[in-house]
Design a protein around this ligand. Structure first.
Ligand SMILES: [Zn+2]
Length: 339
C-alpha cells in the first residue's frame, strides 16, 4: 500500500520510508539502547556501550530528588547515555550531579558533553582530576600516546567543562541525593592518583570505578587494572582496605556491574593484585618482558572465555597496559630507594 494517499494511522512511518533501507521501528538518530536496569534500591545501571559492546562500560544513576549520574563513559558513549537517560525521563534540568570515579576517558570522556546537555548538573571529581576536566589538553595529549588510533576510533575526546560547574570532592565528603541519601566520597588512589569511590548511604552499594579491577560478566575472572602513569600497589591495597572498612552491601564495577559479595571480592582483588605485582616484579628483576610474564601466568585463566570477550578485555584492560603500569611503578620505587 502506498502511503501517499492513505489517512493517518502510520505516523511512525517516515513519509519516504520506501526509498530507504530503514527499520520503521527505530527512531531517527536515537540509538537503540538497552533499557537502564535497576540493580539496587534507587540505583539504575546504564550500559554506555563503549565500542558498541554490551556490558563493558557501566554508568549508574542514583535516584532521588537530586539524581546523580556516576560515570559518563567515553565521549563516543554520549548518544547512548543520553538516549538511556531520555528513556527513563531525566529531563535537561533534572540531573543534579555527574560524578566520575576518575578522569580516564572510558569514565569521564563524556563529561563536557553531558554537562552541556544537563546545565543544572554539578560535576564532581577528585581534586587531582579537576583541572583536566576544565582544560583537557594535556589529558588528551597523553591519551593519544597511550591509545594511539583508538583515541578517535574508540574513545573520542573530552570537551572542557566550565570551571564553575566543577566541584572537587574531599575524602569523606557527602553528595546529597535526597533526604536520607548521600554519596560518600572515598579517596582511593592506586589505579590512578585521581580516583575516588562513591558509597551510597541508602543502598549500601559502593561504586568502585576501576580500583577493584575489571570483571566482565562474560569474561569470567577478576583482573587488576594497573595502567601507567599512576599505578601504585601499596596505595591500591590501602584503598581496597578503605572500601572494606565501609562494609558495603555490594560493589559496582565500572567494568562491569554489581557484585554482591563485597568481602570476598575485595579479598580476591588484593590477592590478585599481589600475584600480578609479584609476577611483574620477578620479570622486571630478571630483565624479562613483563607483559610476556603476565600473559604466560594469567592468560590461561581466560581459557574458557570466548574470543570476542577476550578482545573486549584486551582493549579495555590489556596485559600491555598493566605491564607498562607495573614497569613504571617498579622504576619509580627503585629510583626512590636510590635517592
Ligand atoms: Zn576504566
Amino acid at each position: 500500500m502506498s502511503g501517499r494517499h492513505s489517512h493517518g494511522g502510520h505516523s511512525h512511518r517516515h513519509p519516504d520510508a520506501g526509498l530507504h533501507v530503514h527499520d520503521p521501528g527505530s527512531g531517527d538518530a536515537i540509538p537503540a539502547v538497552p533499557p537502564p536496569r535497576p540493580i539496587a534500591a534507587g540505583v539504575l545501571e546504564i550500559d554506555t556501550m563503549l565500542g558498541g559492546w554490551e556490558k563493558v562500560t557501566a554508568g549508574y544513576l542514583i535516584e532521588g530528588p537530586a539524581p546523580v549520574l556516576i560515570e559518563t563513559g567515553s565521549q563516543t558513549s554520549v548518544p547512548v547515555l543520553l538516549a538511556a537517560l531520555g528513556q527513563i525521563g531525566v529531563g535537561p534540568e533534572e540531573l543534579a550531579g555527574v560524578a566520575v570515579t576518575h578522569i580516564h576517558l572510558d569514565h569521564a570522556g563524556g563529561v563536557g558533553d553531558v554537562a552541556r546537555a544537563f546545565p543544572s548538573a554539578t560535576v564532581y571529581v577528585h581534586e587531582k582530576g579537576a583541572r583536566h576536566l576544565a582544560d583537557p589538553t594535556r589529558l588528551i595529549d597523553s591519551a593519544a600516546r597511550v591509545y594511539g588510533p583508538l583515541l578517535d576510533s574508540l574513545y573520542g575526546r573530552l570537551e572542557p567543562t566550565p570551571p564553575e560547574r566543577i566541584h572537587v570532592l574531599d575524602d569523606g565528603e557527602e553528595i546529597e541525593v535526597g533526604p536520607g541519601r548521600t554519596l560518600v566520597a572515598v579517596d582511593s588512589p592506586g589505579h590512578a592518583k585521581h580516583h575516588v569511590g562513591l558509597h551510597d548511604s541508602l543502598s549500601g552499594v559502593l561504586f568502585a570505578g576501576d580500583a577493584v579491577g575489571v570483571k566482565l560478566p562474560d569474561g569470567g575472572v577478576l583482573r587488576p587494572a594497573t595502567p601507567p602513569p599512576d599505578f601504585d600497589l601499596d596505595q591500591a591495597i590501602t584503598s581496597l582496605g578503605k572500601f572494606a572498612a565501609r562494609r558495603p552491601s555490594g560493589i559496582a564495577l565500572a567494568h562491569y556491574g554489581l557484585l554482591e559479595q563485597p568481602e570476598e571480592l575485595l579479598a580476591e582483588a588484593e590477592e590478585t593484585l599481589r600475584l600480578w605485582a609479584e609476577t611483574a616484579e620477578q620479570a622486571y628483576r630478571q630483565g624479562a618482558d613483563i607483559a610476556d610474564a603476565l600473559a604466560t601466568r594469567f592468560d590461561p585463566l581466560l581459557e574458557d572465555v570466548d574470543a570476542a570477550h577476550k578482545e573486549k578485555l584486551d582493549t579495555l584492560n590489556g596485559v600491555h597496559s598493566n605491564a607498562a603500569g607495573f614497569q613504571r611503578w617498579l622504576e619509580g620505587r627503585d629510583a626512590a630507594a636510590k635517592s
